[in-house]
Design a protein around this ligand. Structure first.
Ligand SMILES: O=C(O)CCC(=O)C(=O)O
Length: 245
């Protein structure tokens, strides 16, 4: 379910061979990258991505404003908008330590996306109880040239899978192993619209984003990003923390 292939008129000049035989025209089947890590290319439509881009500024304004958290004395390069719980390097907090504000609740549409993503990747059947709702979401913005180091999602008290959605520019997503930040790992090129879900044996695997590839967003999404002044990549992650209030 990728962006539509542009139709050519017979009077158009033939495309150059690098376009005619471009890698982007190869199908990208869903795959299990490593046991428990599932990748579904093109899961979000361009329209859904545009909607997320359009609303980013509303969420980024607060109550907990978009911010780059401090980790080990340094500032992350990615800005985050939290929903449900505020992620900090010391774990999840009910209030934003900087502003004292309570984050927005996780909206119903994110819960629906979480449950649909688990069905799409085989973690649940469509006809069974959908399981717990995500109670923490992070909307990350990667400006062009930014990255995220290798880390693992270890602050949640449950083993429920993490759902991760890409919007806008493509990135290199590095999915590693559960014991070290180093190899073995697999580098995936995630395009805008791709879904990754990791749970089970992959739930605590190290992962990161070493590169965002500027100017690669699907056409209509790039146009919306330009319109609202939000170049780069968005990533929405949905998690079940197991935290009690
Ligand atoms: O941007 C991504 O694809 C991954 C984000 C991530 O690793 C995180 O939020 O923990």
């Amino acid at each position: 379910m990728g962006p539509p292939t542009p139709t050519r008129r017979t009077t158009d000049p033939p495309p150059p061979p690098d376009v005619l035989f471009g890698d982007e025209l190869l199908p990208r089947p869903a795959q299990e990258v490593s046991p428990g890590c599932h990748w579904v290319p093109g899961w979000l439509t361009a329209e859904q991505q545009c909607w997320l881009v359009r609303h980013h500024a509303d969420w980024a304004a607060g109550p907990v404003p978009a911010h780059a958290p401090e980790v080990h004395g340094g500032r992350m390069r990615v800005t985050m908008v939290p929903f449900g719980w505020v992620w900090t390097a010391r774990g999840y907090a009910a209030l934003d330590p900087a502003s004292g504000a309570v984050p927005l609740p996780v909206p119903a549409w994110m819960t629906r996306l979480y449950h649909r993503a688990l069905v799409a990747t085989g973690w649940r059947r469509a006809d069974e109880d959908p399981g717990p709702a995500p109670d923490a979401a992070l909307l990350n913005h990667y400006a062009p040239g930014t990255s995220m180091g290798m880390h693992r999602d270890a602050d949640e008290r449950t083993e429920d899978p993490v759902v991760s959605l890409s919007v806008g520019d493509a990135c290199t997503f590095r999915f590693g192993n559960t014991t070290t930040r180093t190899r073995p790992w697999t580098d995936l090129r995630l395009e805008g619209g791709d879904l990754v879900v990791f749970g089970g044996a992959a739930r605590r695997a190290f992962h990161g984003v070493p590169a965002v590839h500027g100017g690669t967003a699907p056409g209509p999404v790039a146009a919306e990003q330009e319109r609202v002044g939000l170049p780069g990549r968005l990533n929405l992650t949905l998690r079940v923390t197991g935290m009690q209030r």
